[in-house]
Design a protein around this ligand. Structure first.
Ligand code: IMP
Ligand code: MG
Length: 192
């Protein structure tokens, strides 16, 4: 098993890419943009669980508009460090977005397959007025599906990162920063 330092998650980090103050000031900017873009419209923000949850919580409190929030739970990663390509929806029934402009928020666009599948399904089944996408991180060089975010926190290189919603094996989502893990904290079969 990888050694996860009990209690001191920061000790598992190799490097820090974005600290909390940088993330929050970027969210201030994105929230202002969203406030301008959706003024006078019915806005529903959809958090993609679990990764999008932390960003949505901090972002929505900065948006100065009346809005609704929904959550959609999907599984696309299955514990490794590479996207599986198959997206599973853990929902009994998709929500109805009639009359609503929908903004889907996830932690990261990697291959893009997850958000591409979500946008297609929401468009086909939920009757939205419009659908746009926001992500905290964009790994542009990794894209396999044809999807571009409408709102992006930061572009990053092809690195496996954790924190601020992003996990490795379910852990590290609550780190208030984004960083890379030390090699000894990653299972041998997931190292690259
Ligand atoms: P995609 O379908 O390849 O775009 O993968 C998107 C999902 O993969 C995200 O919602 C994350 O859960 C996960 N993911 C992609 N890159 C990373 C990473 O660097 N760290 C943690 N999770 C990641
Ligand atoms: Mg995720």
């Amino acid at each position: 098993m990888p050694t996860m330092n009990q209690g001191v998650m920061h000790d598992d980090l190799e490097s820090v890419l974005f600290r909390e103050d940088a993330i929050l000031s970027r969210l201030d900017e994105i929230a202002s943009q969203i406030t301008r873009d959706y003024a006078g419209r019915n806005l529903t923000v959809v958090a993609i669980l679990h990764g999008g949850l932390i960003m949505v919580a901090d972002l929505l409190r900065r948006v100065r508009l009346p809005l609704k929030m929904e959550c959609i739970s999907v599984e696309s990663y299955h514990g490794g460090v590479e996207s599986s390509g198959a997206v599973e929806f853990n929902v009994a029934r998709m929500p109805d977005f009639t009359g609503e402009h929908v903004l889907v928020i996830d932690d990261i666009l990697d291959s893009g397959r997850t958000l591409d599948a979500i946008v297609r399904k929401v468009t086909a089944e939920c009757h939205p007025e419009s659908v746009r996408v926001g992500v905290l991180l964009d790994k542009k060089t990794r894209r396999a599906a044809e999807i571009e975010p409408d709102y992006t926190g930061f572009e990053i290189d092809d690195l496996f990162v954790v924190g601020y919603g992003l996990d490795y094996q379910g852990r590290y989502r609550n780190l208030p920063l984004i960083g890379t893990l030390k090699e000894e904290c990653i299972l041998p079969e997931h190292r690259r």
